[in-house]
Design a protein around this ligand. Structure first.
Ligand code: HAM
Length: 425
């Protein structure tokens, strides 16, 4: 039996999950402020959802999917991303009949068979949104303002937003020819991957990290010079709204994204701290995807953020908050009667919303106090015969040892609850 987790997967242990919960809670709260409701979709879909949704020519579909046959011989695939599944669900459940824009958010695991390195895993987590039914650039800007708002709430200051417009199918067809005309004579100078995808997906050559490819594409024609009037108007509308909403951005005509469904606006939030790829969040508009997956002709836009990369960035920028203490109060006890009392007080405190612990391993008082200190509890209380007789006990701070002890009734725990609740506010 192999006793280690599969390559590219991670265990998230209690020492880190508090930070994960924090970013997820803040994301869900923020989504609600902007009108997004949560959607939960299956972990696997029929393989063709991704073939048609993400696109047959993409690296994801060609090389990175976890595809398997179930016992009835159906081809299923672990989701490599969320958009295709959300759109499949949107169409299947008739959500297009609800008022627009329809805004959905999700927090999912995703699976890609990739070369594992810093910030790149085979199982990873995405926080994402998809919005349907709004055609103009207003919602593109709103989405980017929401992300900017989110990064601000998390305390991230050094993240750069790069935006581009990759056109609609019409102007992209013209651009594709111009790009191919330029690239074909340089074919021999491209890396093997790019030679392979040149005819299939020439725009991907533009964001190849290989030095030779970058040299070739340095003077390649740019999509922004080939946009038709409608796409140009969309792009200038987006820039105007971003300026008005004070969201700083850089225009980066080389962003092409690795998924086939994008049209017009595409964007990435990048940082140096998250490995060679550097992208914390990516997204864009996909005006043909709903129809491609069997729904009505309806525009859509969304993004997904890699949660691992987000947390890496927070750590690098010193924005990770300390986890909450395991318990506000540990109640030590000597003897059975005192233990019974400790059990009751702890339960009353928890019902009032205060994290409390008591002894559950039969340790000596000295060992209980050692445990309380190690566990990160902020306060201790000790119950013995004397406290039971007096009907009161002292609460002592483990954080600030000079702080005066306070005495509380152990029969009526109202004052004790109030003391701790005041501290957690
Ligand atoms: P994506 O750019 O493929 O877009 O992934 C979005 C984010 O997921 C990336 O920016 C990165 O932070 C994270 N990510 C991707 N692959 C990995 C990996 N192997 N390990 C760790 N993190 C990773 C999408 O998935 C689109 N569905 C985004 C979207 C939503 N577009 C429109 N709506």
């Amino acid at each position: 039996m192999k006793s280690s987790a599969p390559k590219g997967t991670q265990d998230l242990l209690p020492e880190v999950t508090a930070a994960w919960q924090q970013v997820e809670r803040q994301f869900a709260d923020l989504c609600h402020l902007y009108g997004y409701e949560e959607i939960r979709i299956p972990t696997f879909e029929h393989t063709e959802v991704f073939q048609r949704g993400v696109g047959d020519t993409t690296d994801i579909v060609q090389k990175e999917m976890y595809t398997f046959e179930d016992l009835a011989g159906r081809s299923l695939t672990l989701r490599p991303e969320g958009t295709a599944g959300v759109v499949r669900s949107f169409v299947q459940n008739g959500l297009a009949s609800q008022p627009f824009p329809q805004r959905l958010f999700y927090m999912i695991t995703a699976f890609r068979y990739e070369n594992v390195q810093k910030g790149r895993y085979r199982e990873f987590h995405q926080l994402g949104v998809e919005a349907f039914g709004s055609e103009g650039p207003g919602i593109d800007a709103e989405l980017l303002a929401m992300l900017w708002h989110y990064f601000g709430l998390l305390g991230l200051e050094k993240i750069d937003l790069h935006i581009n417009n990759i056109g609609c199918p019409d102007c992209r067809a013209v651009y594709r020819e111009a790009l191919l005309d330029y690239l074909r004579p340089h074919q021999a100078e491209l890396c093997e991957d790019c030679r392979g995808r040149l005819e299939r997906n020439p725009m991907r050559v533009l964001d190849c990290k290989n030095e030779g490819c970058q040299r070739v594409t340095a003077s390649a024609p740019l999509i922004l010079d080939h946009l038709d009037e409608a796409c140009q108007t969309h792009f200038s509308g987006l820039k105007r709204s971003l300026d008005a909403l004070e969201v700083p951005y850089t225009i980066d005509p080389r962003i092409v994204r690795g998924l086939d469904y994008y049209t017009k606006t595409v964007f990435e939030f990048v940082s140096e701290n998250v490995g060679t790829q550097g992208t914390i969040c990516g997204g864009g508009r996909y005006d043909g995807l709903v129809e491609a997956l069997g729904g009505p002709s309806l525009p859509g836009i969304g993004f997904a953020m890699g949660e691992e990369r987000l947390l890496m960035e927070m750590e690098a920028q010193g924005a990770l908050r300390k986890p909450r203490p395991a318990a506000q109060l540990f109640i030590g006890s000597m003897g059975d009667a005192a233990w019974q009392k400790a059990q009751m007080i702890a339960q009353n405190l928890r019902k009032a919303g205060v994290a409390a612990q008591y002894e559950l391993c039969g340790r000596s008082l000295k060992a209980q106090m050692k445990y309380a200190g190690k566990s990160g509890a902020r306060y201790v209380m000790v119950l013995g015969d004397a406290e039971l007789e007096a009907g009161e006990a002292q609460v002592r701070s483990l954080i600030d040892r000079d702080r005066e002890q306070q005495t509380f009734s152990i029969h009526d725990t109202g004052a004790l609850e109030a003391f701790f609740l005041a501290q957690t506010e």
